[in-house]
Design a protein around this ligand. Structure first.
Ligand SMILES: [Zn+2]
Length: 102
């Protein structure tokens, strides 16, 4: 169960955009847990877009390769970066704890 980081309420609304909004203080967060399911991009194109993302192809170059609009592709790329960032932070946590002790 998710809890609002600002006021601690458990009453959270799920918006159609995949965002979560607190019913008490109105705090809106972008990332929900299953972003993989939230997007309307088909599973095949999700995979293909990750392929392009790994190759470092910019979004504006995918105009004719991908049947989605540039903002949609851009949102997906941003989401991938967010996920990578979150995982990197998770891996860094034990290191920072080790530094504090040693
Ligand atoms: Zn709140």
């Amino acid at each position: 169960m998710k809890i609002c980081p600002r006021c601690g309420t458990k009453k959270l609304w799920q918006l159609s955009t995949g965002q979560i909004r607190c019913s008490q203080c109105g705090l809106t967060r972008k990332i929900s847990k299953n972003l993989w399911k939230k997007t309307r991009i088909s599973p095949y194109w999700k995979g293909r877009l990750i392929e392009y993302f790994c190759l470092g192809v910019p979004v504006y170059r995918l105009r004719f390769q991908v049947p989605y609009s540039q903002p949609t592709t851009l949102r997906w790329f941003r989401m991938l970066r967010e996920v990578i960032y979150q995982n990197a932070i998770k891996e860094l946590e034990p290191l920072s704890l080790r530094d504090r002790n040693g």
